[in-house]
Design a protein around this ligand. Structure first.
Ligand code: RI2
Length: 308
């Protein structure tokens, strides 16, 4: 369990971050845990697997990719320990491959939506959004990017390093500069931590303000999201929990000592309603947000709506 606990801690502290990457890290952790798990009975095996799964799922509450990856991995039908072990290892490996393939597919499908000469605005650091952007560039499209800083953790710094390595011209702006820059933008492309059955997007805090600005300026707003980022539980009316992160990500708590009337909030995500989203680029193809239910039904299934 030590290694699994270590991965869980890295996800919780965001040493491993990004909705896709935490899902993959969790699938690897559960696979490796199960591989060496000692259990005399299937009941003991099941108890330990469920406990390990919950340890991973409870690290971050918002990105639905995490419970989807874990619950897709730990399902088994065999009634003996070795059979169940093998099934879980196979499921996890399948998920890991699916996650890698999904990023490539999103790159190719998303790149077709990007035109030569486009200026693309992105927010936070999304591998899925960057896959579409860098693939378009590799296909010879002459594009440039504007990236927000993405306070408080400044994931925009990851974007400028990554895009610079590709040789893609990139401009770095503070989050509050979005509205003044939106007139220069052809498309917004962001990632997703979760997409609900009604097509609403949960993504890094600031995404919904960006979507409002894009809507006002009639700039297309695209979301790049693997099918496993759709939330089956929202079919049953469950809301997606928004993670509140520690305030020391925003400011030094010592500065508050002499300010007894001041409170600091640090919500990590916000919700962008479906009406501000033009398209969702998934690994299964491009959909309007109103088709989110189809993705959940076809690619995730009802089973996950009870647990995931
Ligand atoms: P990919 C991130 O969450 C950002 O909100 C980003 O847009 C989203 O995950 C998707 O990222 P955080 O872990 O899976 O930085 O596309 O809180 O890489």
């Amino acid at each position: 369990m030590d290694q699994l606990q270590e991965t869980a801690e890295k996800i919780r502290t965001m040493e491993i971050r990004g909705a896709g990457r935490i899902a993959k890290a969790a699938a690897i952790a559960i696979r490796d845990y199960v591989r060496n798990l000692d259990a005399y009975t299937i009941q003991e095996f099941d108890y330990k697997v469920q406990k390990a799964a919950k340890t991973l799922v409870n690290t971050r509450p918002t990105a639905v990719s995490l419970p989807n990856a874990v619950w897709m991995s730990v399902k088994y039908s065999k009634k003996n320990v070795d059979g169940a072990r093998e099934e879980i290892i196979n499921n996890a490996n399948q998920f890991i491959k699916q996650a890698d393939d999904a990023l490539d597919n999103i790159g190719n499908i998303g790149a077709r939506r990007i035109q030569n000469g486009d200026v693309i605005l992105t927010h936070c650091n999304s591998h899925a959004a960057l896959s579409a952007i860098t693939t378009a560039f590799e296909h010879g499209k002459n594009i440039s990017v504007i990236t927000t800083e993405s306070r408080p953790r400044k994931q925009g710094l990851l974007n400028i390093k990554y895009l610079n390595d590709y040789g893609i011209p990139t401009t770095y702006i503070v989050d509050s500069a979005v509205r003044s820059c939106i007139k220069d933008v052809d498309k917004v492309i962001v990632g997703a931590d979760a997409i609900s059955v009604n097509g609403a997007l949960v993504n890094k805090i600031g995404t919904s303000q960006l979507a409002l600005s894009a809507h006002e300026a009639r700039v297309n707003f695209l979301v790049a999201a693997e099918t496993y980022k759709f939330s089956p539980r929202t079919i049953q009316g469950n809301l997606i929990e928004i993670e509140d992160r520690p305030i020391d990500e925003v400011m030094d708590p010592d500065k508050l000592k002499d300010l007894p009337h001041v409170n600091v909030k640090n919500p990590a995500f916000d919700v962008t309603p479906a009406e501000y989203i033009d398209l969702i680029v998934t690994d299964a193809g491009v959909i309007p947000p109103g088709m989110a239910y189809i993705i959940i039904k076809e690619y995730l299934g009802w089973e996950l709506s009870d647990i995931g």
